[in-house]
Write a new protein. Structure first.
Ligand SMILES: NC(=O)c1ccc[n+]([C@@H]2O[C@H](COP(=O)([O-])OP(=O)(O)OC[C@H]3O[C@@H](n4cnc5c(N)ncnc54)[C@H](OP(=O)(O)O)[C@@H]3O)[C@@H](O)[C@H]2O)c1
Length: 317
């Protein structure tokens, strides 16, 4: 395993285990396989509605001594209904209870836009299906509440997800604890070069979500998704190293200094996705893959499944 150093001194494993769209039951089995395969970085979120399954598996591994708490790097995220300073305590407390942990290693603001709270609904929507957005989301006061989670020991590090460069820049200007990590969509066709340069210059680690192209979300997004694993350059590199296309995509990211959190519930693919530290792509292969960047046109997870959210003043894309 390779590690990425965060500015709080913690080491984030460069390959983590993604959990979006995995139901509780399948996730429990998958996380068992992942921990057995050597994953120690786990990425979940309050809105994935599966933290309890993560908590059950971690409790079994911790209580049996198969893993120590300080070997784990557990990440979860503040839901959009929690994007107000006075709601952060409550949502992190709920996540910690679900996860059966005293602290998370990294707590992320999941998205830069907020939703109204309506009971415990994760995605409150009007009758026509449009999201009940809260249009006055204020990042500065929200971040103060995130900083208090570090002081209280509930989060070792705090960070952001799906924020764009302008939003990140404004937040940094008033931050006492700068974000340790930015988690954004990043892969062969969306390489995020400007955002990466911005973060690298400020010591903010990057974590790439949907590194394999999120094939499973085609139905949710209501569109055909590009086939990253079928790209000729990926297939050729895979053949020349005797690896799978998925391993080439993941190796391309970690070899560029970025963490990845591929999701799988299939035990063989779970093992495959972490075996990316025993081969190296050549400079020619790295250049050929880098040239396939499509910039923002390569974005897959555009949040169109949240009807009307693109009207929010803090919609990032
Ligand atoms: N912060 C955010 O807003 C955000 C947004 C999206 C994702 N994420 C995080 O990032 C994680 C990964 O992103 P993602 O789930 O969108 O997509 P992904 O990891 O790019 O792709 C997952 C899909 O690829 C398949 N797959 C996995 N390994 C494979 C392999 N070796 N060969 C062929 N197919 C393979 C999986 O199917 P099987 O399960 O059948 O293997 C699944 O359909 C998420 O689970 C979540 O933790 C965060």
């Amino acid at each position: 395993m390779k590690y990425i150093k965060l500015h709080n001194g913690a080491s984030m494993p460069a390959v983590g285990f993604g959990t979006w769209q995995a139901g509780e039951q399948e996730l429990e089995a998958a996380l068992e396989s992942a921990l057995e395969a050597g994953y120690r970085h786990i990425d979940t979120a309050y809105v994935y509605d599966n933290e309890r399954a993560v908590g059950r598996v971690l409790a079994r591994w911790l209580s049996s001594g198969r893993v120590a708490r300080d070997e784990l790097f557990v990440v979860t995220k503040l839901p959009p209904t929690g994007n107000r300073a006075d709601r952060v305590d409550k949502y992190l407390a709920r996540s910690l209870e679900n996860l059966r942990l005293e602290h998370v290693d990294l707590y992320l603001v999941h998205v830069p836009f907020g939703f109204q709270e309506r009971g415990d609904e994760l995605h409150p929507a009007a009758e026509d299906g449009s999201i009940l957005a809260e249009l006055d989301t204020d990042h500065a006061s929200l971040w103060k509440a995130m900083e208090r989670q570090v002081a209280a020991g509930r989060a070792r590090a705090i960070g952001l997800s799906n924020f764009n460069e302008a939003q990140l820049g404004r937040l940094l200007a008033g931050a006492e604890v700068p974000p340790a990590c930015l988690q954004v969509e990043m892969h062969l066709y969306l390489q995020q070069r400007p955002l990466r340069a911005f973060c690298e210059a400020r010591g903010i680690a990057l974590c790439a979500y949907s590194p394999l192209g999120s094939r499973g979300t085609s139905k949710l997004l209501g569109k055909e998704l590009p086939d990253l694993m079928g790209d000729p350059a990926v297939k050729e590199a895979a053949a020349s190293h005797g690896r799978s296309p998925a391993q080439v995509l993941l190796r391309f990211a970690v070899q560029s200094g970025v963490a990845v959190i591929p999701k799988s519930t299939n035990p063989a693919r779970i093992r495959e996705n972490i075996q990316v530290f025993d081969f190296e792509l050549t400079d020619e292969e790295m250049t050929r893959l880098a040239d396939l960047d499509r910039g923002p046109a390569g974005r897959i997870v555009d949040f169109t499944f949240l009807k009307g959210i693109d009207k929010h003043p803090e919609f990032p894309f």
